[in-house]
Design a protein around this ligand. Sequence first.
Ligand code: HEC
Length: 541
Amino acid sequence: MVIHLWLACATPPEGPPATTGTPTTPEAVVAMDPARVAIRASLDLRGVRPSIEEFDRVAADPAAVDELVEEWLHDLRFGSRMADLWSEVYLTRSEAAYYVGPDDYGLYDVSGADFLHSVGDQPLRMLARIADEDRPWTELVTADWTLADPLLGQIWPLEREEGDGWTEARWTDARPDAGVLSSNTLWWRYTSTDSNANRKRANQISRIFLCEDYLVRPIEFDRALDLLDEEAVLTALQTNPACLNCHASLDPLAGYLYGFWYYDYYSVADLTEYHPERELQWGDQTGVPPGYFGSPGFTLKDLGRQLAADNRFAECAVEQATHLLLGRDLVLDDTGRLVQHREAFIQGGATLRALVRSVIASPEYRAGDVDDAVSVPWKLASADLLASQIEDLTGFRWTTDGYDLLQSADVGFRTLAGGADGYYATKGATLPNATLVLTHERLAEAAAAYVAATDLALDPTERRLLVDVDAAETSGSAPSSVRQLQTLHLRLFGKRVAETDPEVVELAALYDDVFAIQQDPTSAWAAVVSALLRDPDLLLY
Ligand code: HEC
């Protein structure tokens, strides 16, 4: 649901903070347990669960959660996490989307996985940097810089600072600077046919930056219109009220994008460079010059500035952040809170950090289980989060031929794991489903086998997860084994369980059962850890 905060726009940025609008939390909502707030925020901001020391801080003083949130907001992983969250909006990390690969550039030693990683992530890395460095959100569409890794530096017309990872770069062809709008990635991902005349691209700009998807508006179809008559369609587009409802503003937006007009989507020569000589091609395609909801413009740079100056641009960031962090669609009752988040965002210099801080502090984000069946505010871990938290806990990353199996939809299981690729699934799952549970099960088994084998071969001080167990111990109920089971509960779920807790007793019995068959502590611990990693608490947070 799209909610506009037009009234809020009247509040000047330097006006009084966050008192506009009535918070709309239902009375029945109880606050979430602080340990769970910590898990939720840590996963959202860092992609990993809190450490045992962090859980200890929260246990000693529930208010420590807010200090931790502040630390995590400045964690090195913050920008990347924001990129992961917004990947669901941009939908550029999809191998199905791109027509060309490394072979087309003659790079036979570059894998498809690496190519996809560079191309698909390019605009999202810009978003990550803007988030990390507290740059204003408007730089997304106005920046005169871009980012490139060595591969993109090699294949695209870019002058790039030295370095291994993503470094600042400038386009060296004649393309206008307009942040992510200048990136090849967006226009490789969102293509146009002749008759489409960049309208899909225009709609994606509106969807991504203004939260307005034209395709959700009603279309009243004029049955008298002969869709096979090209002339008649062109006339209808500019005169028929049923078409003008959308096309009056959509087609001018499309007019800005002809520098990225490609004739051959399989030709890297055509796709790589910007084409200033094609900028006026709108004249042949639709005859509708570039313009932004009634204001004229000429280049992509104008479009970037017009977007950045539009109130809907900030409102859209607020809607997206709230939606992505709450893990649910927004409803009318959220309006008051959105106004508060918008104020916090603007007071904070339009930085994503200020906006995310506001959402994480909100009662909606920290709502505990509701007393009746209204809604249990659990969020489903995305495929990215499943991968990053398991890697942090166990050291295991699920890969084949350089493909991260939880990130790839073609080679791996991203879609099966509930992830969106933009082609087969445009929205991430919000509830567990059969394929997600199967993927989770296989991941848990592989990660558990991995961590049991690596940890038990190491000195306890160097281990990752099985820090308490004595590698020579063969009983699940021995003191070191029981202590280990308790520590596992704390590390994984933030729960302190007694030695006699049924969970501990049953896992000790599982250990003994497996040991009786395998006669091997590594296999027995692999079974125990696998059972724990399959817990729904790892999926829902
Ligand atoms: C609700 C908004 C809306 C209305 C109303 C609407 N359109 Fe569209 N139209 C769009 C969008 C959005 C696209 C681009 C869709 C895409 O490719 O993702 C589009 C695309 C088109 C295209 C290009 C199709 C192609 O890909 O080849 C034509 C032609 C078109 N519309 C004609 C019309 C006509 C004629 C009318 C009036 C009868 C009309 N539209 C009414 C939103 C609308």
